[in-house]
Write a protein that binds this ligand. Sequence first.
Ligand code: PLP
Length: 232
Amino acid sequence: MQLKTIAENVACIRERIARAAQRSGRAPERITLVAVTKYVSAEIVRPLVAAGCLELGESRPQQLWEKAAALADLPIRWHMIGHLQRNKVRRTLPLVTMIQSVDSPRLLAAIDEEASGKGPIPVLLEVNVSGESAKHGFSPDEIEPLLAELPNYANVSVRGLMCMAALEGGPERARRDFAALRQLRENLRPSCPPGVTLDELSMGMSGDFEAAIEEGATIVRVGSALFEGVDY
Ligand SMILES: *Cc1c(COP(=O)(O)O)cnc(C)c1O
């Protein structure tokens, strides 16, 4: 296989995002690329940032802390995208732009408490649309009652929903999961308390981000495709 640079991979992914956005009648700049850095060391993240990727995601809090410290000289906006234990909220909160993986009322409450006096922290509610038992996330029918509780959490700003597609079932199953998340959002809109719009849909990874965009994703989380064929 011909060797690639990270910058070439970034350009290729951005091009594919732009084409998928156009197919779905949206402006490419309305889709946020969150580059997932969990596979690489902090030093490999530097060329990614140099290639213009400033929104970065980590799925493990500890790795996010370590990379945020090692790369503190760069204007990175970190997204927490994996399961966050409540005892790790305090250390994670000051480092992140958004927590995409709020998967329980207790975590929401812990973030709210910790964010007190620091301004509302943007979060997404993770939904287990595929129903796989190994997955974190709310079941779809838990979201509506939770929305009614949101006014009690003044320090979190719920911006939308996040999901991972089913591991099994291939691209068609993934597309169905993405469509299900968007449909859930449409169904929930009338139940949103004032100020909550659920505009963001974070869905789609290396293997399926174009389908996700066609189904309404506003945020895609791409990891392995950024590093494919790169010799480092
Ligand atoms: C690893 C990961 C991704 C990126 O997956 P790739 O298939 O490598 O693009 C996206 N979202 C979450 C939550 C992840 O853990």
